[in-house]
Design a protein around this ligand. Structure first.
Ligand code: ATP
Ligand code: MG
Ligand code: MG
Length: 350
């Protein structure tokens, strides 16, 4: 049997390991923090910092392929792992998605539409960026942002100084504000043989910067749905990608605008666990293990609702009798923390 190494021990790692177990594969998780959601369902786990060379070598030596559920693993750790064992998806996808400027440039070079953007390092470059892009705009840290953290809106030029202070000196990007009607995402997969399979786009509703709910089908015309899937396939192929990727899109009257990509299984794809025969986690494991992809066809309409913070105390009421419950086993329900999700089937695909 083969063993899959997973970098990052959160809920995505846990659900990958559960899918791998169903395929008869073992997982070994590596995370600097002890007792994460993944470790308790993996055959082996390593708790060590990202720069612990001996621990990284031992981990790489114990697995046949390495994947990740967390895209901010330092490059030096990846260099060491990659010298010993394949990393899937590959390094290019990671590099591109770790930096919002590189990401947007890559997407534009592919001919895709993104928000207008400019690099910001200080008050002078922010001034220049604002005169190029105009307000409203959003200032974001180039790296490490998630769940809307490290972002500040600039509704008018006089808010620039406060927004810049919120970056705490970190390199930033100014993005023009996209006037979208709603947000959707495509969860796409590409196999080692180059085959691509995309799940049906889901419609995402955020609250306080955090994904609250994903609904399939999304409100999209047939042409928009085709566009969404084709552009995801274009991104996967350009990166020679192996595994599952999340592509976040804004729907506008002028067409689809790409917000960002995530080189991993994605929260907005959790509905696939109960809406598809083969979900995003099995699909990712199949891809990284070098197996043929499954058919990602959807059999049901689904609403996925995240359980955030103390939502988890009301699971029975929220889930009722018609939702499947997925909890991550996290001990402490801190505000804003993703504790689990429920999938409600709202009918068969018509
Ligand atoms: P995630 O948890 O999805 O990784 P993140 O912290 O990387 O989130 P983004 O996805 O860039 O942040 O932004 C969070 C949300 O803020 C988006 O889903 C969207 O609702 C809004 N947003 C971000 N960028 C823009 C933009 N340029 N124009 C309009 N709205 C935006
Ligand atoms: Mg993001
Ligand atoms: Mg996002």
């Amino acid at each position: 049997g083969s063993t899959i190494g997973i970098l990052g021990g959160g809920q995505l790692g846990r659900m990958l390991a559960l899918a791998a177990a169903r395929l008869g594969l073992k997982c070994h998780v590596y995370d600097p923090a002890p007792d994460g959601p993944a470790a308790e369902v993996c055959a082996a786990s390593t708790t060590a910092p990202w720069d612990d060379e001996a621990a990284l070598r031992a981990f790489a030596g114990a697995v046949d392929v390495v994947t990740y559920e967390f895209e901010n693993v330092p490059a030096a750790s990846l260099d060491l792992i990659e010298s010993l064992v394949p990393i899937r998806p590959g390094r290019r996808a990671l590099a591109v998605s770790q930096d919002r400027i590189d990401e947007k440039q890559f997407l534009q070079d592919l001919g895709l539409t993104t928000a207008p953007f400019a690099a910001v390092d200080d008050a002078t470059t922010l001034d220049a960026a604002l005169s190029k892009i105009g307000a409203p705009a959003i200032l974001k840290t180039r790296r490490f942002g998630y769940d809307g953290k490290g972002q500040a809106r600039i509704m008018a030029a006089d808010e620039a100084e406060t927004a810049l202070a919120e970056m705490n000196g970190a390199p930033a990007i100014l993005e023009g504000f996209v006037e979208f009607s709603h947000e959707v995402s495509v969860i796409g997969a590409r196999g080692l043989d180059g085959a691509v399979a995309c799940f049906d786009p889901g419609e995402n509703r955020h609250q306080d910067g955090i994904l609250r709910e994903t609904t399939v089908p999304a409100r999209l015309s047939a042409a928009q749905r085709t566009d969404a899937v084709l552009l995801a396939a274009r991104i996967l192929t350009a990166l020679d990608y192996v595994g599952v990727m999340g592509v976040e899109l804004f729907v506008t009257p002028q067409g689809l605008v790409v917000n960002e990509i995530a080189p991993r299984v994605h929260n907005s794809g959790h509905w696939t666990q109960d809406g598809c025969l083969i979900d995003q986690f099995e699909q990712h494991i199949r891809a990284v293990a070098g197996w043929p992809l499954g058919d990602g066809a959807r059999h049901s309409d689904v609403v996925m609702e995240n359980l955030i913070g103390d939502d988890v105390d009301r699971v029975p009421q929220i889930a009722g009798t018609q939702s499947a419950i997925h909890l991550y086993g996290k001990a402490e329900a801190r505000p804003g923390r993703k504790m689990g999700h429920v999938n409600r089937l709202t009918g068969p695909v018509r």
